[in-house]
Write a protein that binds this ligand. Sequence first.
Ligand code: URA
Length: 249
Amino acid sequence: MLIRLDKFLADAGVGTRSEVKSIIKKKAVTLNGMCVDKPEIKLNPDTDEVAVNGSSVASRGKVTYLLHKPAGYVCATEDSRFPTVMELVPQGRDLFPVGRLDKDTEGLLLITNDGAMAHRMLSPRSHVDKAYLALLDGPAESGYISLFEEGVDIGDDKLTLPSKLVICDENDPALAYLPEEYRSGLCPGQTVLLTIQEGRYHQVKRMFHAVGREVVYLKRLSFGELMLPLSLKKGEAILCDPYMPADGT
Ligand code: URA
């Protein structure tokens, strides 16, 4: 069955009918690789390939947003006390957050209605890398690198899986993600990049606590192949294709 382009995009959760019309008019949409600017154009959702700003919008209604989660929002579909991340993406389409970030943690969060993709990204067996920028309450010691590589006792049945710690120097490009208010007065070694393969409760904070440091600020920069675009402001979400690597720009 053929359907109108604006209906297809609205059904896929890209925006309201009038929002998607305006996106189409801005020439941000391609149909089978060709730019289209007419909302009424017809397409076959099972065979045609539609992309918005280069990210493909899956047919059969599968949609995934990459959100720059701000602090203060909880990763839940509803909460009686705090705002939820669901308020930051278009409503409907049975969307849910892919895993959790703590209320005070910022950074890359996927919100989707694609259960199979979410399962693949979260399954402990998949060992999907998650990279975090952390600001510590004092300098990281070089000895943490081997401790984290070997696995740390954070009070669970098992040690953490091997993780990779990089102690940032002042020229580390990851520091571009550190909010302005934290940039002055830093001591050498106070900012680190930690890549873990698991998603245990408060894992990054507990790993540093286990070696005698507290995390003052935490931001997730990547999840699998997906990078948090530096240009994406806190609270903003973009459609993304979790089956295609993003370029992080
Ligand atoms: N580890 C944490 O401690 N908190 C998060 O939000 C994510 C990973």
